[in-house]
Write a protein of this length. Sequence first.
Length: 132
Amino acid sequence: MTDAQKLQIQKYREDGLGHTAISRVLGLSLNTVKSYCRRNLSIQVIPIENPQENKDVCKQCEKLLPETKGKPKTFCCDKCRYTWWNNHRNNPSHKTACAFCGDLFNTHGNKTRKYCSHSCYIDGRYGGGSHD
């Protein structure tokens, strides 16, 4: 481990990054980072377990994200974004009951969704009936 990497570890720990995120950013072994911190740093920082809470870290690889002027980035690149969504496509983020039929259904990210299907939307919104 170089002196520059040691300084980077110290800076990242002071900024609140966890051991895993630091090891991925610097390309070092997780155990190397942990042992360096344990032996040389007296900084007691609670590691960031959920990268979603820290807007400066990629959700997939936990690399530091570049600063942007507009909407904050969630992923560092398209590859990380595709990988994360492919790994989480079957993990629904919200479960709710249909406003028309009452069945439970899962949604991804849209907590305001009211109907489980288009036909329930038509029946609930326009009073049912045929559209022929």
